[in-house]
Design a protein. Structure first.
Lengths: 444, 291
């Protein structure tokens, strides 16, 4: 190494150290910091600032990039009504392009530079995995992760600050598996899986019920859009019912590739990838309208854990109202409903935490009380001292046009060999308060 | 049946890799540059086609506009950027094309947005039925194969049978001698880049047809196309075609029988093996130059 090179390297590393120092320094100068009752970073008398990381660009962006607009719309709706305990909600959205390296960077910024109170609905399994330990080390509430992986909730001792939100992929697989076993006992089942937790946990749940019915499984690597070889393999196996644990782009690709290969099984898609509107839009331009936009997924099945656009539910009416009053361009979509549902739960948590909001307080309140709060979720949350896993169940539904028709009651279960039972609570029947703001008691 | 369909799928994708590799070889032959910016250039022309089609024009108008845009873009890149870089230092132009790669990517994201869009196909996307079995061969993939073959034939005619082709070959062979003999070297170079970009944008259009496009959709193709070009020997157009087909089929087999996650790895293994065992490629006719 020549002297010049050495000098350049030294200069670069010095700069890096200085920059890192600046970042760390920002935290001490924050508005809140530790008070007697706990950490109030990100909270002032009139505002609460939260951050999120979302894929606004890249392979996961179609659909998912709309979630934050739903969150934002509901926050604005709450702010318009005066906020929660007099505090307005501020949301900082950072684009990580579904790339874990970027996620680390933007979450560092949110926590150390922007001094957010909490991370809300950080999206994606690989992406959020990159920051979950950091958030727990920094003791930042890591609420309602937008992913069905189990890491967020299966070990609250190791990750006390993190909470899951949607049902995990394993219980989704179990509920699908039981339905197949009871309703299609002679089907030859093929699996179309994304090569990560989404596919792996889903398969684990399915195999508890239909292990002997599965004739073939294929995996795709996210990013590789040529799935011809995988679909050929499924076709060759003779599978007549294919369960897909995949993201929305791959729902469109799997439909398209199956059409090319003249393969026409019954499809069951994970909730994560089954939005009929998005798949329809992606498919409609192909082959000059050979695939109709609206009914592209007609006859396919999926699962539901919150009511979606077009369903008759007082919650959907509320979301329509919120979107009309506070939404930006575009229409209400299921992804926006997803973001609003997370924002509603967060607002409930703030309400129940009371006036003296700290990071410790909100985590404690969610763990003890969130399972009792009314919300759009069809089944209750599983939060307790032993589990931070999210919604406990879902129902099977059939896709028709842009809507879905329920096929079963709401079924609840848990990971492992927990039984599947009908949901006996009436969570699904509760309507939102008239003003659309969470009406929960402050927890004593 | 799975094997046949995997092979057929690999064959039609391979034809597209071949076209792309051919575009790389065209530029390599005339300027000794591996043009990594070929991928985002093709991506941009495909987006232009999509815009034209979305504005109500027919697929074929969009197709033609994209090819012309490719021709113009190639000429502009050579004339405005590549011409001014020091060609005696072999690494500089290559680094420059990588820089262009990033710039064009970012520009496309700003201008066209970075979401996934579906791109129409000119022909039916349903596989042809033979005796009750559906083959992974659609009218559109037949169109793809025919177009690539036609382009290859046209290029061969151009280079072997016309004066223009002769001057371009002379320029590629030895710039100084060609210029002494009265060849307008600069013009030949610009034309070479324009033609290469045309072929590149053709491959961009073909791979987009009936699929999803976004600013990064050609990134895989540049890697596989480059390996294909190296496999065939960077100096040999025929080698590029064979290399493209081999890559298409090998990668389809890897994806279908070993796992879709192993595809990029397989491409790199092919690259390493070729460079170790036969650095001149399968079809290199000239002895490789020392750099």
């Amino acid at each position: 190494m020549s002297r010049n090179h050495l000098r350049a390297a030294l200069a670069a590393s010095t700069a890096a150290v200085v920059l890192a120092g600046c970042g760390a320094g920002g935290r001490d100068a924050s508005s809140g910091g530790d008070s007697e009752g706990g950490d109030t970073t990100g909270v002032t008398d009139t505002t609460i600032s939260v951050g999120t990381h979302q894929p606004l660009t890249g392979v996961a962006a179609p659909g998912y990039s709309e979630i934050n607009t739903g969150m934002k719309a509901y926050f604005d709706y709450v702010n318009e009504a005066g906020g929660i305990h007099g505090r307005k909600l501020e949301l900082t959205v950072k684009d990580d392009g579904y790339n874990p390296t970027n996620t680390s960077k933007v979450v560092d910024e949110l926590v150390l530079k922007d001094n957010v109170f909490a991370i809300l609905g950080g999206l994606g399994t690989p992406t959020h995995t990159a920051v979950v330990d950091f958030l727990n080390k920094e003791e930042v509430p890591d609420l309602f992760v937008s992913s069905g992986a189990q890491l967020w909730g299966n070990d609250p001792e190791a990750r006390p600050w993190t909470f899951g939100w949607q049902p995990d992929y394993e219980i989704e697989g179990k509920i699908m598996g039981q339905w197949i076993k009871e309703n299609k006992p002679n089907a030859k089942v093929g699996l179309f899986l994304q090569g990560d937790e989404l596919g792996g946990d889903g398969e684990k749940g399915l195999r508890q019920y239909v292990d002997d019915q599965i004739v073939e499984r294929v995996e795709y690597a996210s990013g590789n859009t040529d799935i011809g070889p995988q679909i050929s393999k499924l076709k060759a196996s003779g599978a007549d019912l294919v369960v897909g644990f995949n993201t929305p782009s791959y729902t469109a690709l799997s439909q398209l590739t199956s059409m090319k290969l003249g393969y026409d099984p019954t499809w069951i898609y994970t909730n994560v990838g089954s939005d009929p509107k998005l798949a329809g839009e992606l498919l409609s331009t192909f082959s000059k309208g050979k695939v109709k936009g609206g009914g592209a997924l007609d006859g396919a099945m999926t699962t539901e854990y919150i009511p979606g656009v077009g369903e008759e539910s007082p919650w959907v009416d509320l979301w329509e109202k919120v979107w009309k009053e506070q939404g930006g361009k575009g229409e209400l979509t299921n992804y926006r409903v997803y973001g609003m549902s997370q924002a509603y739960l967060f607002a409930s948590a703030l309400q129940a935490s009371g006036k003296d909001l700290t990071r410790e307080r909100i985590v404690d309140v969610i763990e003890k009380d969130a399972k009792n709060w009314p919300g759009p979720n069809l089944a209750p949350f599983r939060y307790s001292a032993d589990s931070h896993l999210g919604i406990s169940g879902m129902r099977m539904a059939e896709i028709k046009g842009l809507k879905t028709t329920p096929l079963t009651d709401v079924l609840v279960t848990d990971i492992g060999d927990a039984e599947i039972t009908k949901d006996e609570t009436d969570v699904a029947a509760v309507a939102p308060p008239k003003d659309g703001l969470p009406d929960v008691e402050v927890l004593k | 049946m799975q094997l046949i369909n995997t092979l057929l799928g690999g064959f039609s994708v391979g034809m597209i890799y071949a076209a792309f590799a051919l575009a790389l070889v065209l530029i390599w032959q005339s300027t000794r540059i591996v043009n990594f910016a070929q991928a985002p250039m093709a991506m941009i022309t495909t987006f232009i086609a999509l815009k034209v089609i979305e504005s109500g024009a027919s697929y074929w108008i969009g197709f033609t506009v994209a090819l012309v845009a490719g021709l113009v873009l190639g000429a502009l890149v050579e004339r405005l950027v590549i011409r001014y870089v020091d060609h005696d230092n072999h690494i500089n132009p290559v680094i420059l094309t990588l820089g262009l790669f990033i710039v064009l990517h970012a520009l496309a994201a700003i201008v066209f947005g970075s979401s996934f869009r579906s791109f129409p196909a000119a022909f039916d996307l349903t596989g042809i039925k033979v005796g009750g079995e559906t083959l992974a061969l659609t009218p559109f993939s037949i169109f793809t194969i025919l177009v690539v073959v036609a382009v290859m034939a046209a290029l061969r005619l151009l280079f072997m049978k016309t004066d223009l082709g002769l001057t371009m070959r002379a320029t590629a062979f030895n710039r100084e001698v060609a210029s002494v003999l009265g060849v307008k070297v600069n013009r030949a170079l610009t034309l070479g880049w324009a033609l290469a970009a045309l072929v590149g944008s053709l491959s961009g259009l073909l791979i987009a047809g009936g699929g999803l496009v976004h600013p990064a959709y050609m990134d895989g193709v540049v890697v596989y196309g480059f390996v294909a070009a190296v496999l065939g020997g960077l100096d040999s157009p025929a080698g590029a075609v064979v290399g493209g087909l081999v890559m298409g089929i090998v990668l389809a087999l890897v994806s279908g029988y070993l796992g879709s996650g192993l595809v990029p790895l397989a491409a790199l293994i092919v690259l390493v093996v070729v460079l170790l065992v036969r650095p001149g490629g399968l079809f290199s006719t000239t002895k490789e130059r020392t750099v």
